[in-house]
Design a protein around this ligand. Structure first.
Ligand SMILES: NC(=O)c1ccc[n+]([C@@H]2O[C@H](COP(=O)([O-])OP(=O)(O)OC[C@H]3O[C@@H](n4cnc5c(N)ncnc54)[C@H](O)[C@@H]3O)[C@@H](O)[C@H]2O)c1
Ligand SMILES: O=C(O)[C@H](O)COP(=O)(O)O
Length: 541
């Protein structure tokens, strides 16, 4: 049974989907204090929320059960994504469901500012007929500056052009070609845009880079009387600078839907002339809420039931078809990681992964993540999965590099991994035979063909007659059956170094290992434990 926690109000249509889902139960738990939220989250596999609940590192800490967080909406600044990634939790959002509603709201704020809708309404309620006082301005013929030309910025732009406004936009990802196609002007920097506009609206996410993006210096570059709008996130404008600009007349009006701290019922801007504010209503339409709730619930159910990862903001996407295609090679990568963690013995500083052949045309990040899980899982246990593995590796100061070569080696596709540290470098190469037969094809430069399956004895030795017989005799004496055997020699010539890999039916006793290690021609021997073939970790099933 998958358990889901609903942390904010979501549309009934989303709850109906949860009611109808097989093998799922859910609880609605809103506005929980931090301690209760932390405890509650440990009892659920998935969480769905809007902008109300705050999923900080503190509330996610130590959670071993939660696997997915879905934001029914766009902004994920209320979720500590680094903390979620570290905990192995996938974070997904519904990027497009509220785009049009939010663009319309930004536009409504711009119109409300231009035509003094809020104060005019208030004066009527208070019994005055102030036609002269509320003289407005027309949008047609004016210039709108847009900072952030993603989904919402583009919808605002098209509406502005329909109102006969000129649009100048700044976004680091907006090219001249795209701007021309959209029928607007591109500004090379925010500073270029500011002196040319009559209205300014921001549509960026709140990030370290955009916090305080529009401060005193920027506002000073505006023409006097410019009206500014924020339906993106509180914190992008500097509120003190807005207050100062309104008082000095540098700013002609401020419209806000979002605030640095929410809920916000107290701001120096509230009640100032020329200010119109709404309580984070950009996405509050029936249409937007239905779309984000339905899409959000689908994302969560699909992830919990099939492993599909869509619209993730902290990991690569993974759809069922890709998972099906990649499962065999992800299994190989995971087994190579497990093998090398045991064969190397610890103190790893660097990892290099090389992908060759047809597999390079697929999402090799999945193979990297699967390898990293294998490499770390004996140390970190169930805490590690394909969401957090690479971050956990890098957190431990281990350097990771990946290379892809389209040319095939001896196999249509292969993966090789070099693991180095503490003065020792080990290398293993693997491939997949058929759909589900993982094979080790190179170990420390020795070509061989060995089953990546169950308990292995790996031993390096001098390539002289009698070694295999002596190892076989030792295991016979200790009642350990050898199921398969592979030997590879370096350079293909007799007399050099060689490596043997035995697949054992059981784990050998320490005395058997000691006896093997005592053979003078054997330079190193180690038991490597892998899952039996066909036994997949939960994140690969
Ligand atoms: N008021 C609301 O209810 C409401 C509703 C939806 C979204 N939002 C907010 O609006 C934001 C934008 O949503 P979207 O769907 O358009 O996102 P989006 O990802 O489609 O677009 C964001 C754009 O901002 C640009 N950007 C990032 N940093 C920038 C910078 N420093 N300068 C200029 N541009 C920069 C990006 O390149 C991107 O094109 C969301 O992150 C969310 O916080 C608010
Ligand atoms: O980022 C968003 O999607 C909006 O800010 C909407 O937030 P809400 O879901 O709390 O209305």
């Amino acid at each position: 049974m998958h358990r889901i926690i609903v942390l904010d109000d979501i549309a009934q249509e989303g709850l109906d989907l949860l009611d109808a889902a097989d093998g799922v139960e859910y609880e609605i738990r809103k506005k929980l204090p931090v301690d209760e939220l932390r405890t509650a989250l440990t009892q659920f596999d998935g969480a769905i929320l809007r902008s109300g609940a705050k999923l900080t590192a503190e509330v996610l800490a130590g959670n071993k059960r939660l696997k997915a967080i879905v934001r029914a909406g766009v902004g994920t600044d209320n979720i500590d994504k680094a903390a979620a990634t570290r905990q192995g939790i996938v974070v997904m959002n519904t990027p497009a469901g509220n785009t049009v509603s939010t663009a319309e709201h930004a536009f409504a704020l711009m119109l409300a500012l231009s035509r003094n809708i809020a104060p005019a309404n208030q004066s009527l309620i208070e019994g005055r007929w102030d036609r002269k006082k509320y003289m407005g301005t027309q949008l047609a013929g004016k210039t709108l500056g847009i900072v952030g030309m993603g989904r919402i910025g583009r919808e605002v732009a098209s509406r502005a052009m329909a109102f006969d406004m000129t649009v100048i936009a700044y976004d680091p990802f907006l090219s001249d070609d795209q701007a021309a196609k959209l029928g607007l002007q591109r500004a090379a920097t925010i500073e270029d845009l500011l002196p040319q506009i009559d209205y300014l609206t921001v549509h960026t996410p709140l990030t370290d880079e955009t916090r305080g993006l529009i401060g005193k210096d920027c506002l000073a570059k505006l023409k006097p009387g410019v009206r500014v709008i924020n339906a993106a996130r509180g914190g992008i404008y500097d509120v003190d600078a807005l207050v100062e600009g309104l008082n000095s007349g540098q700013i002609g009006g401020v419209a806000l839907d979002v605030y640095e701290q929410e809920p916000c019922t107290d701001s120096p801007l509230f009640g100032m002339p020329g200010v119109v504010c709404t309580p984070h209503l950009g996405a509050s339409t029936e249409e937007a809420q239905t779309q984000v709730a339905v899409e959000g619930v689908h994302l969560l159910l699909n992830f919990l039931q099939t492993g599909e990862i869509k619209h993730a903001v902290n990991v690569a996407a993974l759809d069922p078809k890709t998972l099906e295609e990649m499962r065999g090679f992800m299994d190989v990568a995971h087994r190579l990681g497990l093998l090398l963690s045991q064969w190397h013995g610890g103190g790893v500083d660097t990892v290099k992964l090389t992908f060759r052949g047809e597999i390079t045309g697929k999402n090799t990040k999945l193979l990297t993540n699967a390898f990293c899980v294998g490499l770390l899982e004996r140390a970190l246990g169930e805490e590690i999965n394909i969401i957090n593995a690479e971050m956990m590796l890098r957190d431990r100061g281990i350097e990771l590099c990946e290379e892809s070569h389209h040319e095939m080696s001896a196999f249509a596709s292969s993966i090789s991994a070099d693991v180095a540290g503490g003065g020792r470098t080990v290398t293993a190469g693997g491939t997949l035979l058929g759909h589900n037969m993982p094979r080790l094809v190179v170990l420390d430069g020795h070509r061989l063909e060995s089953y990546l399956d169950g308990n292995l004895l790996v031993f390096s030795h001098q390539d002289v007659p009698g070694i295999i017989g002596r190892v076989g005799t030792i295991f016979g004496e200790h009642n350990v059956n050898i199921a398969q055997m592979a030997v590879g020699r370096s350079g293909g010539e007799p007399g050099g170094s060689a490596i043997g890999v035995l697949n054992l039916d059981g784990l050998p006793a320490q005395a058997a290992l000691d006896a093997v290690s005592a053979v003078s021609e054997i330079t190193m021997a180690c038991v490597v434990q892998l899952p039996p073939v066909g036994q997949l970790p939960s994140w690969l099933q």
